[in-house]
Every structure is written in structure tokens, then in C-alpha cells.
Design a protein around this ligand. Structure first.
Ligand SMILES: Nc1ncnc2c1ncn2[C@@H]1O[C@H](COP(=O)(O)OP(=O)(O)OP(=O)(O)O)[C@@H](O)[C@H]1O
Ligand SMILES: [Mg+2]
Length: 258
């Protein structure tokens, strides 16, 4: 007995330590999400999840390895806080698109939506991470970065040629509006990565059709964020000039995208 008991206590301490570590991981990888990850692995989407790139209240982005390449895995946390910061119009749109009413169902629909918008943008040759697949609350996409790590956000990047960034953003957002008929709705130097001197637009799930009643207003706000940032870098551009350059004037007559 006196041999068994101390061992039990040890095991208990071990378990407590383990459980503290697990709590951290559990925030993202609850049982269901782990099953989803393992199913994606058996589908051949990737071989392993390597490390977190960014974690927030609503989810996390992790680097994964797929053969000799990397992937970015975006995991939406299933909970009632996930949509807290979502604009009402986006949630309305989602509810119209899907018949589900529970949080998990809405989050799966949201993940599917981000995947399909990334697909539309890739088709229109807008620079975004290419989508590779999705299952439930997990999205698999191209990893923007290299073996050293993920690309910095535009906000944090060292920018040698701000004018070139402006031209690149006009090109990317212009393509998004004219070719993909979409307005992002949450563009800023935070939702833009800067990799090898070029901008990559991310976090697209809340994008709306350019025929959406809020489209013009959302585009103006997106471009104002960029213009404010660019002016601080010495680029002489106003929100109106930016809007004109991306062809926002034609928004009202743009065809309705799906
Ligand atoms: N494809 C990718 N490749 C590399 N890094 C990425 C990729 N997608 C996202 N990231 C990293 O993860 C962070 C969060 O991604 P994203 O903006 O899509 O998620 P989010 O849930 O909206 O997070 P946040 O609330 O911080 O904006 C990004 O700022 C970026 O650093
Ligand atoms: Mg974001």
C-alpha cells in the first residue's frame, strides 16, 4: 500500500501539470476540432500542425507542414464569443445563407464562406492565400511566409517603397471590386500581410457582393484605413483618390455577385 499511494500522488501531480498545458491547447483544440484536424490529415491536406502563428479570442492560425510545403490552418473557436466583433450585416448574411441556428453550425458556415471567397478572389487573381480545403471550423490555405516564419502584417513591416505599396493596393482592391465583384469590408494594414515586397489580403470571410447595400460605404472605409496608413509613410493620397483609382465610382452599377 505505501508503495502504491505515493505513486498515485505522483501520477496525480503529473496529471495536474499536463492538464495546465492542455488547457492552453484546449482553447483551440477541443475534442471535435482534434477529430477535424485528424480527418484533414487523413485526407492528405497536411502532415502535421507545427506551431501557432497568431492566436486571438475568436480563433487561431497555425502553421502546418504538407510534404515539402507549408500551410496555414485557421481554426475558429466554437463558442458564443466568436461572432461578437462581427458586423451585424455579416451575421445577417450568414443567417440568410444557412438554415442552422446553433453556434457550431454558424461557425462551420462561416469557415466555408471564407474558403469560397478565397477561391473567388484567387480566380480573379487577387493576391490572397490560396484555399486548399475546409472541414467544419478549420480552414486550410496557402501559408504566406517561408521557413523562417509567417509574413508580417503590413502594419508591422519595414516598407522601403510606400508608393509601390499604394500601387499594389490599388491593383489588388481594384481587381477585387471589378473582377471578383466583392468588397472586403475589413481591410486595414492589420488584415494585409507584406511578403517579398507585395501585399497579400487576408481575413476575407465578411466580404460582401459589390451590389450589397453597404458595399460603397464599406469600400470607402477600407480605403480610408489604407490611405491613413499610407499618408503616415509619406504617400500623398486621399481616400477619394484611392476610391477613384480602384473604380469605386462604378460600384452602384456593378453586377450582383453571388
Ligand atoms: N495564410 C496565412 N499565412 C501566414 N500567416 C497568416 C495567414 N493567415 C493569417 N495569418 C496570420 O494570422 C493572423 C490572424 O489571421 P486573420 O486576420 O485571418 O484572423 P482573425 O481571426 O481575424 O484574427 P484577428 O482578429 O487577429 O484579425 C494574421 O494577422 C497573420 O499574422
Ligand atoms: Mg484579422
Amino acid at each position: 500500500m505505501d508503495v502504491v499511494l505515493p505513486r498515485r500522488r505522483e501520477r496525480f501531480d503529473d496529471r495536474r501539470k499536463e492538464s495546465a498545458q492542455r488547457k492552453l491547447l484546449d482553447q483551440f483544440f477541443d475534442h471535435r476540432t482534434l477529430l477535424t484536424i485528424s480527418r484533414l490529415i487523413s485526407q492528405g491536406q497536411f502532415d502535421s500542425v507545427d506551431f501557432p502563428v497568431a492566436t486571438g479570442k475568436e480563433g487561431g492560425v497555425f502553421r502546418a507542414t504538407a510534404g515539402s510545403e507549408f500551410r496555414a490552418i485557421k481554426v475558429y473557436r466554437i463558442g458564443n464569443t466568436t461572432f461578437r466583433n462581427l458586423p451585424a450585416y455579416a451575421l445577417d448574411e450568414l443567417r440568410r445563407e444557412t438554415s442552422v441556428r446553433d453556434f457550431a453550425g454558424l461557425i462551420y458556415a462561416w469557415t466555408r464562406r471564407e474558403h469560397s471567397i478565397l477561391g473567388r478572389l484567387t480566380d480573379a487573381k487577387v493576391r490572397v492565400p490560396m484555399p486548399y480545403g475546409h472541414l467544419r471550423n478549420v480552414l486550410v490555405m496557402e501559408f504566406v511566409g517561408n521557413a523562417e516564419g509567417g509574413a508580417p502584417r503590413l502594419r508591422d513591416a519595414y516598407i522601403e517603397d510606400p508608393e509601390a505599396v499604394y500601387r499594389d493596393l490599388v491593383d489588388q482592391v481594384g481587381r477585387m471590386v471589378r473582377e471578383a465583384h466583392l468588397v472586403h469590408g475589413d481591410l486595414s494594414p492589420y488584415n494585409t500581410l507584406y511578403f517579398e515586397g507585395r501585399c497579400v489580403l487576408i481575413d476575407v470571410a465578411q466580404a460582401v457582393s459589390s451590389a450589397h447595400p453597404h458595399a460603397a460605404e464599406l469600400l470607402t472605409r477600407d480605403l480610408t484605413h489604407y490611405a491613413t496608413f499610407l499618408r503616415r509613410l509619406g504617400v500623398d493620397v486621399s481616400g477619394e483618390e484611392f476610391a477613384h483609382a480602384v473604380g469605386a465610382d462604378r460600384l452602384a452599377s456593378a453586377p450582383a455577385g453571388g
